[in-house]
Design a protein around this ligand. Structure first.
Ligand SMILES: NC(=O)c1ccc[n+]([C@@H]2O[C@H](COP(=O)([O-])OP(=O)(O)OC[C@H]3O[C@@H](n4cnc5c(N)ncnc54)[C@H](OP(=O)(O)O)[C@@H]3O)[C@@H](O)[C@H]2O)c1
Length: 286
């Protein structure tokens, strides 16, 4: 049950478990995997979103696990199609009711985009105002953004009263946005890595497999350990309980500084097909 004890402290004092579980729509939702993570693996951080259309299932898994709401850190996100002050308020209320909780621990603007023909900067600023209100009312314990670049943060900075507590971004051995991370840390934001195993594609990278052999660990453990050793939270997803269990066992070993550097350097040389896609492309797909 070590996973639940490792936390990152947000700028407002809230503690965010460094290891969570993802629930994205890709590959489907697995109640077995989430219940196992909560009940047997000590996971206390769950990442979901309206886009994944599984918030109601997350709620069911939480209740089935028997873990107290107060001991959990639950994140959800609003998708750009519901940006705008009132739209975001409606989306937030509906997400709370879908999950069946009275508050979220973290609520995020999912993507820095907006429907074609709308003013993205204006809509994001209105949505952020709604998030600031949820936060002030205690309806979420922290607020943040996801997939924002430095330019998106600078735009939002013109209107924010509360600096985002968290940024969730794509971070794995093929995608290491150092400048963005430095910028966010300069603002006091904590970082959550999404797709920490590059949607499974990093598991067979030769250096990762070599280190798995060296440390007598699985590739998934090497990848998630690397993320957390950078002081970044990780939310790996698996639909299979035995893999979830494996992915959680990352706190009883340490990668050497030299091996960390080798993994840090992979994105510079590995021309792996990046899964980092532009915001508008993603928006248009949904
Ligand atoms: N904010 C955003 O825009 C955003 C974007 C993407 C993701 N996310 C969040 O981040 C979470 C994680 O990212 P992700 O789901 O994209 O990718 P990921 O966690 O990097 O990888 C998931 C893939 O790896 C496989 N896998 C997991 N553990 C494994 C193991 N031990 N051995 C072999 N294969 C394994 C899974 O397959 P099986 O299910 O078959 O095990 C799945 O195909 C998401 O679920 C979501 O909550 C957020």
């Amino acid at each position: 049950m070590e996973a639940e004890t490792k936390c990152l402290q947000l700028s407002n004092g809230v503690r965010m478990p460094v290891l969570g579980i993802g629930t994205s729509h890709l590959g489907g939702y697995s109640d077995d995997a989430v219940v196992h993570a909560l009940k047997n693996c000590g996971v206390r951080h769950i990442d979901t979103a309206r886009l994944y259309k599984c918030e109601h299932l997350v709620g069911e898994s939480v209740r089935k696990s028997g873990v107290n709401r107060a001991d959990l850190f639950i994140t959800s996100k609003v998708w750009p199609s519901q940006y705008g002050y009132q739209e975001t308020k409606d989306a937030f209320r509906d997400s709370l009711s879908q999950v069946g909780v009275e508050y979220f621990d973290l609520y995020l603007l999912h993507w820095p985009a907006s429907p074609e023909g709308t003013d993205t900067k204006q809509l994001i600023s209105e949505s952020w105002k709604a998030l600031e209100e949820f936060y002030s009312q205690g309806l979420c314990k922290a607020i943040g953004v996801s997939n924002f670049e430095i330019s998106d943060l600078k735009n939002l900075e013109e209107s924010w009263k509360i600096v985002p507590h968290v940024i969730q971004l794509e971070f794995h051995i093929f995608c290491y946005p150092e400048k963005l991370i430095e910028y966010c840390r300069g603002l006091g934001m904590q970082i959550v890595a999404h797709s920490p195993m590059a949607k499974g594609e990093a598991l067979t990278q030769p250096k990762v497999m070599e280190l798995a052999n060296k440390y007598k660990r699985s590739s998934s453990q090497i990848l998630n350990r690397w993320v957390t050793q950078h002081g970044i939270a990780t939310i790996p997803k698996s639909t299979k309980p035995h893999r979830v269990e494996k992915n959680c066992k990352i706190f009883d070993f340490e990668l050497s500084a030299e091996d960390m550097s080798c993994l840090d350097a992979i994105h510079e040389s590995d021309s792996h097909s990046s899964i980092n896609i532009t915001s508008q492309a993603v928006f248009n797909r949904t």
